[in-house]
Write a protein that binds this ligand. Sequence first.
Ligand SMILES: NC(=O)c1ccc[n+]([C@@H]2O[C@H](COP(=O)([O-])OP(=O)(O)OC[C@H]3O[C@@H](n4cnc5c(N)ncnc54)[C@H](O)[C@@H]3O)[C@@H](O)[C@H]2O)c1
Length: 424
Amino acid sequence: MSDILKVVIAGLGGRGLNAYGEYMINHPEQYQIIGIADPVESKIKKITDRIKLDNKYCFKTAEEMFTGEKIADIAFICTQDCDHLKHSILAMEAGYDLILEKPLGTTLEESQKIYDKSIELGRKVFVCHVLRYTRFYKKIKEIIMSNELGEVVNISATENVGYYHYAHSYIRGHWRRKDLSSPMIVAKCCHDTDIVSWLVGEKCTQISSFGSLMYFNNQNAPEGASKHCLDGCKSKKDCPYDAEKIYITNKISGIKHGNSWPSSAITNKDLTEENVMDALREGPYGRCVFYSDNDVVDHQIVMMEFENGACATLTMCGVTSEINREITVSCSLGEIKGNMDNQKLTINKFGKDPVIIDLSENVASHVGHGGGDYWLMNDMYTYLTGKDVNNPSITSIEDSMHGHTIAFKSEDSRISEGKVIKIK
Ligand SMILES: NC(=O)c1ccc[n+]([C@@H]2O[C@H](COP(=O)([O-])OP(=O)(O)OC[C@H]3O[C@@H](n4cnc5c(N)ncnc54)[C@H](O)[C@@H]3O)[C@@H](O)[C@H]2O)c1
């Protein structure tokens, strides 16, 4: 493989265009985009306006791109969850190794099919477990691997999804229903189940899980709530989930305060108040959070046990003010506590003074996922070009299958009232 990786990208949305495509365009010394596929012409144009690309390699669909000749070293699959199976199989049959967005598939069976095909054809599949590439989790792994704190005994991990992020993605958006994407514990937390088993360094042997869609259903609609936020809702003033607040006026998420996300995900047009209001009026993102057609949970906990007896708990909650992840890794000789938001780790060696490691300076200019998007691209490049083949963050499809299995089985356990499920 040469020093510059030639790539094709299937799907030019938040991930394929804004995260990875943007990185590639800014790092021509690492990546060269050879082909792109997306049915939305304006998204194709966003790339062709900035780099030279042969017109014959701009495709309307991934299907078209992968039935033609193999034109690059590797394929990025950044289409929606429900398309991963089809597009991954086509790309592997066309001869590509894959950098595949999570989740592998929308069910364990779909994920298994991708796994089987990769083994049959000898293709490599790297799932975008962006957290593994953050300096935050990489540092935790490094400390564990150094053995200075002894053996990992217990991990407590929390994912605070954030109330407006939850409303955007899991009540109104793409990931609101299991049949359209996957269970929330898979869609959101296959990252966390992967991280936890990576940090423990052992296979998970059994799990149990509880959770439900407790709050966001029509029994909890406040009096006078309309089915659509802009249809004269009488509860609008006091409702934090009001779409106009989330996308336009809210300090932490609205375009009036210079935030582009989540509004950039609801319209392909410029982020003016008028365009965003149009998107709310016409699309699914103006729906009342109590009258949507969502069915994924708003909170869930998972308990895990590993081969060596270590345990872990994962708490995922949609109704939180902050969007962050917190972790405590308890080891036999000390503990690591961290909050990904402030990028600080506190190391408590038992009997010694705490040591604080501040990683905030290492969050690169691409801040997506605590720098994980940036470092995934950088580390995949150095790995695939042979410049650093010993990076512990790099995943195999076996690793990804294991983390996904924990997540899918957690959903099975949850709907069986917490039944303990053995993982083979
Ligand atoms: N790694 C992470 O942390 C992370 C974060 C967010 C999303 N994701 C995952 O990334 C994937 C993409 O998410 P997104 O937010 O970019 O979604 P998106 O909807 O913004 O992008 C998907 C793109 O695929 C295009 N598309 C649809 N059909 C196509 C086809 N047949 N051929 C080619 N392109 C097609 C759409 O037009 C769209 O531009 C999803 O699977 C999602 O779950 C991963």
